[in-house]
Ligand binder design. Sequence first.
Ligand SMILES: *[C@@H]1O[C@H](CO)[C@@H](O)[C@H](O)[C@H]1NC(C)=O
Length: 129
Amino acid sequence: MGFQIRVLMMLSMSICLASVVHAKQGTSVFYNPPYLPSACFSYRNQGIMIAGANPTLYDGGKVCGRRYKVRCLGGTNETPNPCKGGEVIVRIVDLCTGCGANEINLSRDAFSRIANVDAGRVRVDYIQV
Ligand SMILES: *[C@@H]1O[C@H](CO)[C@@H](O)[C@H](O)[C@H]1NC(C)=O
C-alpha cells in the first residue's frame, strides 16, 4: 500500500475515533415555552431548537451559541417508548442550574423530536457540531 494511502487511512480512522470519544453520555430533561429571556442571549431570539447547559458545560458562558447534536439512548423510568430515534441539533442559550452532571435541558420542541415528553428524563449522548 502506498504511503499516502496509509496516511489517509490513519487520518480518517483517528477522526472517526475522536468523534466517538467526544460524544458525552448523560441525561436530558426539557422546559416549556416561553423560551425568552435566556442567560446567554437575554431577549435575542435564537429559535426553538435550543437548550440549557449544566454548570460544567456552561463554563461561565463559554458554551453560549455552540451547537450540539443530541441523540436519545433510552429511558430513565418505566415510560414505554422513551425514544423516537434520530437526532436533534440544538444551540446552547441558557444555564441550567438545576441540571445534574452531563445533563442537558432541551426546549420542549427539541426534546419532543427525539423523545417522548411523557418520559420526562431520558438518557442521551451529545456532541458539539
Ligand atoms: C430547565 O430550564 C427551565 C427554564 O430555564 C428551568 O425552569 C428548569 O428548572 C430547568 N430544569 C432543570 C432540571 O433544572
